[in-house]
Write a protein that binds this ligand. Sequence first.
Ligand SMILES: *Cc1c(COP(=O)(O)O)cnc(C)c1O
Length: 375
Amino acid sequence: MIPIAKPFVNEAEAQAAYDTILSGWITQGPRVAEFEEKFAAYTGAAYAVALSNCTTALHLCMIVSGIGPGDEVICPSLSYIASSNSILYVGATPVFAEIDPSNYNLDIKDVERRITPKTRAILLVHQIGMPADIDAFTQLAKKHNLLIIEDAACAIGSEYKGKRIGSHGDLVCFSFHPRKVISTGDGGMITTSNKELAERLKLLRQHGMSVNAAARHQSSKIIFEEHVEIGYNYRLTDIQAAVGIQQLAKLDQIVKERREIAYQYHEAFSKIDCIELPYEPEGCFSNYQSYSVLLKENCKVSRNDLMQQMMDAGVSTRRGVMTSHREPAYAHFCQNVSLPVTERVSDNSIILPLYVPMLQEDVQKVIEVFTRLVS
Ligand SMILES: *Cc1c(COP(=O)(O)O)cnc(C)c1O
């Protein structure tokens, strides 16, 4: 069975975790600090703050943005549910906007239509690694005095106008779940250019504690900590960070190989007229965290039948990106939400296997099976 995804981890990550365990310092400490420094350097951001995962990262971004009850945040429903959950965590209301079916990112015209006096922010998701049009959204946000929080869970290594995602905005959240391009098991990161925001995030991730463990450890004088605000335990461990440092060193190679496989798919599928292939807009460079294909109305096979037939042929697939507004947990406030484009894209797209390293014979098998079943 060809899997849908696979983390690219080996002896290097195992050794780093082993060494960290034997070092005696196993949660947020020197390896987390090193991972943050290297991550900031990689993305081109001034600061990086490590968190336990991207969901907790998004939650803290809502808090430091001062978003709360009575506020609205515009976001896509076509996303992993954690995106809109982070808005609900602070008592604010997610307002779902449509997406552009060519790149799965927010449709800026629809976003503008949904701005109200209560709107505080736009949660800009770089869906499955494809950068959203950051400049256009930044302009729109300025015009209406809104904040932008970027959900770049899938977009490490992607670029917008020649600069890596993480370097453009003030609050950009990344995930290191195994389904993403690099992994620490679980893990997250926020990049920012704002020193005050970085410091507040570091406070909030560790119970609102005024002195962190490393500072106390290094001091020759006794230090007593204070808890200056209600914080959380959203720490990344040093064991995870040590794995992340190794993963970061492989990232450019991973992105290069992912793009090569994506191009093989593009080329092989370009003549099939009942599908729409992923489209990389001018100025965007995707890490192809997922390769999602949209089946058009004239497709002879339904998406679900196609998934079953591919599984029968030994190829795992996944349905396209989910919608949040149709989940049972959202039913109480989404009864009247109408998002026809979002629903059509979610219900008719299929994600194909793409991972590194992927055997050429497996790439060819995916191409052969998919082509045979849809054309
Ligand atoms: C995976 C994902 C998340 C959640 O990331 P975790 O690290 O698992 O918390 C949030 N948003 C998007 C768009 C994702 O794909």
